[in-house]
Each structure stands twice: as C-alpha cells, then as structure tokens.
Design a protein around this ligand. Structure first.
Ligand SMILES: *Cc1c(COP(=O)(O)O)cnc(C)c1O
Ligand SMILES: [Zn+2]
Length: 434
C-alpha cells in the first residue's frame, strides 16, 4: 500500500512528457493525479510528437509484439517490460452478411468481444494503467466499475502480482460478478448505482493511497483506448475509415479513438482524412445523446435504468468532449430502447456469428437506426466497435432466443422433433406474411 513515490527522474525511454489540463493547458509532472489544480479540468498525457515522427515507422510497429504494446511509444509508460497478457490485436472482420441486411457495402466489426484476457475492451485500458501503477510505486490497485473494468483489473492485477480491491454496483449481472471473484480480489458490492460507486471511490482514493485505474490513474488508463484507433488504421492497411460507430459510457473510449487517429496523422503513419464519429447509448441512460440532440455544450446527469449496465453512467466525465467530436466530424449520437438492444445482439449473432453483450447490442441497434435515417452513406467504409462479450450478460436475452428441442435418444424422436420445428418455422412465416 505504498503511496506513489517520486522517482520520476529517469525519463529517458519515455516519449510522453507531462500531464496537461484539457481546459487551461497547465502542465504537471506525470504523477497519479487527474484533475487540474487551477480549473478542475481533466488532465491528459502529452507526447513529444517530433521524436515519435523521427523514431516510429510502420515497420517498427509491425516488428513489435502482437498486442497493444506494439504501439508502446504512443502509450504513457517508461518500461520496456510492460504487463503483456496478450491484450489487443483483436480481429477486424469484414461483415458482408450484416452489411447486406442493413443495405451497406463496406462494413467492418472491430471485435473486442474476444479481447484478452477478460473479453472486453477494458483489458486495453487496464494493461496500460497497471503498468503505469507499478512504475509509480503502487502495490494496491482498485477501480469503480460497471462490470467489465472489475473483471479486467482483478485479472491483470492477479497476473502482475498486485493487491486488488474493486467496487461494483450490487445489482450487476451474475457473469460479471463471477468473472471478478474468480481472481480473488476484494470485491465491494455497493448498494447504489455506478455514479454513487464512483463518488465513494473518489473518497477512498484520497484516503487510502491506492491506484484507482479510472480515478487517480485515469490519464494513463484512458490512453489505452487509443489502441482501438491504431489497430483499425493498421488493419485497414494503414488507412483511416470514413465513419466509426462506438458505444458511450463516460465517453472516454470515443474521444480516445479520435485522439489515436489524430496522432497517426500527425506523425505521418496515415494520410490526413476526416473520419465521422457516431456514438451509441441506451435510452435508459442517454445523457450524452440528449445533449447532442439538443445542441448543448453541457451534459445533464441522469439516473440510469437500462439492461445495458456496462455503459450505464449517468454523469459521464468525458461527455462534453464526445459531443464536441461528434459535432465537428459530422457524426451523430443516438440512443435505442432495451428491446432494440436485444434485437441488436441477435442480429449480430445471426449474421456474423459474434455473441456480444448489451453494450454491443446497443451499438448494432444504433448502427441500424443511423442507416435507416440516412445518416450513414452505404458506400462509406464504416467500422463498428464491439466492446464486450455476450456470455457475461446472459440474463439480458433469456426468454428472447427460443429453447432447444428436447428429444429421446432415438431416431424417430429426432425425426418427429425436426418435422415439428419445420412446421413451427412455416407458421412463423405465415404470421410474418399476415
Ligand atoms: C466501459 C465500456 C464501454 C465504454 O466506456 P467509456 O467509459 O465510454 O470509455 C463500452 N463498452 C463496454 C462493454 C464497456 O465495458
Ligand atoms: Zn486547468
């Protein structure tokens, strides 16, 4: 439980320079802090882009490990030995069947439902945050989580030999709770929603000297999401897409995909191009979509009520920055109902063989809604970010996906069941036709 120590002198292998306030530009030493003392704005890592331009090429990246750490010079760590549990380099899948169903021509799924080690994009941010936590001298790490972050923090802390205590809302899905407990961290199930969990954690961070990945380590943690931008650019053959669609919780992921694209342009790894950014929220927790719809430059907090618990943040820290990016890139931010979210999960599974969780169902449902509203051009190269795995949110689809046909271990029982299922299919079709 050591507090962060001050050994910040050997910055030689670091390409990052400082923490810089996003609002007023004040710079700080890269310690475990996240808020500007002058204006309370959020702090962000800044880099020496001239050095990056000189030293990083497509070839040096391709010669690196098959994980997010191939982009290490763009990440806020100094060590050449980061915590590498195989996070990143997930498939970018050309999704022809889903595209045809929706009337699109160039659709890709970035599939972080199979990210390592805990099957969500959160493994990216946690790999970076815990590597930095070790550099800063923390021995206990923690987080305020909507589920996936607790899974990642507990798993990667176990691998790195760090003590771990995570905080979750008490009403999370069973798969998310179990997928944390298995790594034997201390788990605090808080009787309240995520925003209350987060407020509690801010107090604990001040009193216990722990490294909270998404609070006092947030500037480092959030940089991990940039790798979702880098990988898509590299996997498209060092080109940027025309349009991306991604889910929004705090809004951090969305803003960091944008930062990743901008950095690759700035250091000359890809050609400059305007990429449209569209965001997805659940209607039951859509403060960012509401602000976008009303053209506001502030976000009004809401009380979440949706099956998409992993993205149910009522008071999103990066909401205003997400609105700004959607506006200036010519994108949109839309929300969908819980019923549409379930349909989205089924649609992706039936057309592409990808089982995503509720957040992914939200993103697919918003994709469909944007296409139907003419807000995505069929010819645009569109990349949809699928950020989590469906096996973790099974209760969301229970009762909506049919049941197996139970039969006796006999051929005639099988034949009768098969006949029955054909009849049922025909009846369903007749109903559709009526
Ligand atoms: C956390 C999370 C997000 C979005 O996170 P941000 O707070 O917006 O960075 C999206 N999808 C899933 C599955 C998540 O767990
Ligand atoms: Zn400031």
């Amino acid at each position: 439980m050591t507090q962060a120590t001050q050994h910040q002198t050997q910055q030689t292998s670091a390409t990052f320079k400082a923490l810089k306030c996003k609002e007023c530009g004040t710079e700080y030493e890269p310690q475990a802090i996240h808020v500007c003392e002058e204006c309370f704005g959020p702090l962000e890592v800044s880099y020496d882009y001239d050095a990056l331009r000189r030293h990083v090429t497509r070839e040096t990246i391709q010669a690196g490990p098959n994980s997010i750490w191939r982009y290490r010079p763009f990440l806020p760590v100094m060590t050449d030995n980061p915590i590498d549990v195989g996070t990143g380099m997930t498939p970018l899948v050309k999704s022809n069947r889903l595209a045809r169903r929706l009337g699109l021509k160039n659709l890709y799924i970035k599939n972080d439902a199979v990210n390592m080690p805990t099957l969500s994009f959160k493994d990216r941010v946690v790999s970076v945050a815990l590597t930095r936590a070790k550099e800063l001298g923390f021995s206990t790490v923690s987080c305020a989580s909507t589920g996936n972050l607790a899974n990642s923090t507990a798993a990667i802390a176990a691998h790195a030999g760090l003590d771990c205590c995570v905080f979750i809302p008490a009403d999370l899905e069973a798969g998310k709770v179990l997928g944390t407990l298995i790594y034997s961290p201390t788990v605090m199930a808080v009787e309240g929603n995520y925003d209350q969990v987060n407020r509690l954690c801010c107090e604990v961070a001040n009193t216990h000297g722990w490294g909270f990945v998404n609070i006092n380590l947030r500037p480092y943690y959030s940089e991990g999401s940039k790798t979702l931008g880098y990988e898509v650019a590299e996997q498209l053959g060092w080109k940027l897409p025309d349009h991306i669609v991604a889910p929004l919780a705090s809004g951090s992921l969305f803003t960091k995909i944008y930062k990743g694209f901008q950095e690759f342009i700035q250091v000359g790894l890809v050609d400059d191009k305007k990429v449209r950014f569209s965001g997805a929220q659940a209607e039951g927790c859509s403060p960012i979509a509401q602000a976008f719809r009303e053209g506001r430059d502030f976000v009004t907090p809401v009380k979440p009520n949706t099956i998409a618990k992993s993205i149910a943040i009522g008071n999103p820290a990066d909401g205003v920055y997400a609105v700004d990016i959607a506006q200036k890139t010519g994108g949109n931010i839309e929300s969908v109902s819980d019923a549409e979210i379930v349909e989205g999960m089924k649609l992706l599974a039936e057309t592409e063989g990808i089982f995503t969780e509720t957040a992914g169902g939200t993103t697919i449902a918003v994709l469909k809604k944007l296409v139907e509203a003419g807000k995505i051009d069929p010819d645009e190269t569109t990349v949809v970010y699928i950020t989590g795995n469906g096996l973790k949110t099974q209760e969301a689809i229970q009762g909506y996906i049919g049941e197996p046909l139970t039969i006796e271990p006999k051929l005639d029982s099988f034949e009768r069941a098969l006949e029955r299922s054909h009849t049922l299919d025909r009846l369903e079709w007749q109903q559709v036709l009526i």
